[in-house]
Design a protein around this ligand. Structure first.
Ligand code: TGC
Ligand code: FAD
Length: 386
């Protein structure tokens, strides 16, 4: 029995959703999986080519309407994230940041001119975007950011540093959040604008098949039209985060599923003490527990997807999904690693790659502690962040 069959999750999906899932899976099997070990080992990905491939596949801004975006449902988008992350969290990151953070910010808060200029080309993967919220000194607490934008005549002048920015150095446009006299506002900073530079972060052990950069804004002069008119205050970027966190609820289960499938196959073939590893009770106990958490996580993901499609999904529910599914996916990856023994520490199998990637996923888009505090606030009425 396939682990996802236990709770008959497929029965909750429409034919169109299953078809989209198969299409993304086929592309991952054909074009991405064969290269992943090399990309991860070298810490480099062909981001431009990948963006075009994902654009052709229709997964960039997949759940957005208009401006060249497919306008598909939340569950379809989630299933695409699941399949991409079953290949590698770094690939899902590229797609999440492009569609759910950079494109969503423009789609939700941008002027008609900004939407027309950027969204069709971004949906096609011809242009790449990044999302600069985190700073060297402020990650969980973006309200304290130092990056600032000051008016100078009709222009804005931006100064500051953004850190840990996915797609940073390969982007054509950075969505940068900065303090203004009017609260936090978002700005579109095209690559090549004088004073705007990027530097890639090296020596990452996790998410190596993903570009992570520092953005430096040193007196970057932008016209008034570079500001996103519809976003004012911290709720602007936080609403974008809800979109990307939702994709991770599904995506993390993809990484977990790939680990579990690998561990079941390995345990079936590996003999220990003259019997298949899969025939030992301890192994079966591990597999049963993992199948339970995987099934529960998938059910939660589909349920949250249906709430999103109905327009009733709350940020607290997204936090619950992100906290649970990433935490459980990481636990599943670590347990699968034990089943593979020494083989589990090599890149010959995807398990250790998923495990170390999930360490980043646990931290970005709100750490597990921050999501626990969001739930704590919802349950008690007391905010314990500060
Ligand atoms: P607080 O006073 O609670 O809220 C400020 C305003 O924001 C509103 N709000 C939200 N709105 C929409 N969605 C949410 N999830 C929201 N959470 C809060 C809130 O209602 C308020 O609105 P208003 O109108 O009253 O002003 O803010 P706080 O400063 O106490 O912080 C709350 C906290 C800690 C939950 C928030 O700062 C937070 O979520 N921190 C975590 C930061 C984070 O997740 N950063 C992620 C950066 S991007 C990234 O990691 C990309 S990796 C992607 C990849 O590669 O895949
Ligand atoms: P900190 O906020 O310094 O937290 C350190 C520890 O303290 C954590 O365990 C945290 O949970 C804990 N902590 C913090 N506050 C509290 C509290 N109140 N109570 C208890 N514990 C607390 N950011 C972007 O803006 N755009 C991107 O594209 C992006 N991509 C990323 C890609 C990667 C690979 C990584 C690793 C990060 C990325 N980030 C990005 C940054 C990410 O969002 C931040 O790392 C994350 O929000 C945490 O911030 P921090 O690393 O500064 O940790």
């Amino acid at each position: 029995m396939h682990p996802t069959a236990l709770f008959a999750v497929d029965g909750l999906l429409t034919e169109e959703e299953r078809e989209i899932r198969s299409t993304v899976r086929r592309l991952c099997d054909r074009e991405l999986r064969p290269n992943l070990t090399q990309w991860f080992e070298e810490g480099r990905i062909p981001a431009r080519e990948l963006a075009r491939t994902f654009g052709e596949l229709g997964v960039l801004g997949m759940h957005l309407e208009g401006y060249g975006c497919p306008g598909l449902g939340a569950v379809s988008y989630g299933l695409a994230c699941l399949e991409l992350e079953a290949a590698d969290s770094g690939l899902r990151s590229l797609v999440s940041v492009q569609g759910s953070l950079a494109m969503y910010a423009i789609w939700r808060y941008g002027s008609e001119e900004q939407k027309n200029e950027w969204l069709p080309a971004m949906a096609a993967g011809e242009r790449i975007g990044c999302f600069g919220l985190t700073e060297p000194d402020f990650g969980s607490d973006p309200a304290r950011m130092r990056a600032n934008a000051k008016r100078d005549g009709g222009d804005w002048v931006l100064n500051g540093t953004k850190m840990w920015i996915t797609n940073g150095s390969v982007s054509d446009v950075a969505v940068v959040w900065a303090q203004t006299e009017d609260g936090i506002r978002g700005f579109l900073v095209p690559a090549g604008t004088p004073g705007f530079t990027t530097r890639d972060l090296k020596h990452k052990i996790s998410l190596r098949a993903s570009v992570t950069s520092e953005l430096v804004l040193d007196g970057v002069r932008l016209p008034q039209e570079a500001m996103l008119p519809g976003a004012r205050g911290l709720s602007g970027p936080l609403r974008c985060l809800n979109e990307a966190r939702f994709g991770i609820v599904f995506g993390a289960m993809g990484a977990a599923l790939d680990c579990l499938e690998t561990a079941i196959a390995y345990a079936g073939e590996r003999e220990v003490f003259a019997r298949p590893l899969a025939s030992f009770q301890l192994t079966q106990g591990k597999l049963a527990d993992m199948a339970l958490e995987l099934g529960k996580g998938l059910l939660l993901a589909v349920h949250l997807g249906r709430l999103k499609e109905a327009g009733t999904l709350t940020p607290e529910q997204v936090s619950a999904g992100k906290l649970n599914n990433v935490r459980e996916a990481l636990e599943i990856a670590r347990t699968c690693r034990t089943i593979l023994g020494a083989s589990g520490i090599t890149l010959e199998y995807p398990v250790i790659r998923h495990a170390v990637n999930l360490e980043s996923v646990l931290t970005y888009e709100g750490t597990s502690e921050i999501h626990a505090l969001v739930l704590g606030k919802a349950l008690t009425g007391h905010a314990a962040f500060a």
